[in-house]
Ligand binder design. Structure first.
Ligand SMILES: [Zn+2]
Ligand SMILES: [Zn+2]
Length: 247
């Protein structure tokens, strides 16, 4: 499976980073974890056609994780090339969809955005097809915020989503079972603190990618200091926009 980091910034875009969005490519379909702005441009720049998106999974109700959906919803619902698309968008609260419909209505952008099928999810398995299974794990960043365990092609990946400062809600599953990859969002936490390093070192993961980079909190120096304290069996790196890995 291919994992493409479309946007890797923290709450605000930076000169070289856009807001959160990651594409997983499994068996020719793309699945998005979060859809920060400008996700349409980022998809097109990676050669990804909207018609090939199999689902979008939004970790929580903060704008840096879903504002790209405003444009994506409008484009998908008004482009001739997408007329047969029925794109499932999994959101943790109905508020995102309700406000978006209201926004489109007030600005007379469209009537019924029925090519994007918004589904409210909660804890547990939220999606399963022959290629991919997605399990939502509650975290404490805000009301209705989740990490995602992704199972595909015999691999297990954990996307933490935003966590509370200091990571008291670091998902327990990381200590209990093996994961091939942990994508850890670090916007709200100094990553090189002993508390966080201890959690990472207890995790049964092969690979760690730090994402949701706040360059004022987690400078390149702090990130390399953190990586020097992580046990050698975990391959550590920092995400950047356009980074692609194969698992
Ligand atoms: Zn965030
Ligand atoms: Zn957030």
């Amino acid at each position: 499976m291919k994992i493409i980091f479309l946007g890797t910034s923290h709450g605000n875009p930076e000169a070289d980073r856009f807001c959160s969005s990651i594409a997983l490519c499994v068996n020719g379909k793309y699945y998005l974890i979060d859809a920060g702005a400008p996700v349409c441009t980022l998809l097109l720049s990676r050669g990804i056609d909207y018609k090939d998106i199999g689902g979008i999974f939004v970790t929580h109700n903060h704008d840096d994780h879903f504002f790209g959906l405003i444009e994506l919803t409008r484009v998908v619902n008004t482009s001739k090339s997408c007329e047969h698309l029925r794109l499932p968008v999994f959101v943790p609260t109905r508020r995102i969809f309700a406000n978006m419909v209201s926004f489109f209505y007030r600005f007379k952008m469209m009537h019924t955005p029925d090519r994007t099928v918004y589904k409210k999810y909660g804890k547990g398995v939220i999606f399963k097809n022959d290629d991919l299974k997605v399990t939502a794990i509650p975290v404490k960043h805000m009301f209705h915020s989740y990490a995602f365990l992704i199972e595909a092609e015999g691999k297990r990946l954990l996307f933490s989503g935003d966590l509370k400062a200091g990571m008291p809600d670091y998902p327990q599953i990381l200590f209990d079972t093996h994961t091939d990859l942990l994508v850890l969002e670090a916007a709200h936490t100094y990553i090189d603190t002993d508390n966080v390093i201890e959690k990472i070192n207890r995790s049964k993961t092969d690979r760690l990618i730090i994402n949701h980079i706040n360059p004022y909190r987690n400078t390149p120096e702090k990130l390399s200091s953190a990586f020097s304290k992580v046990k050698k069996s975990i391959d550590c790196s920092t995400a950047f926009d356009g980074m692609e890995i194969e698992l």
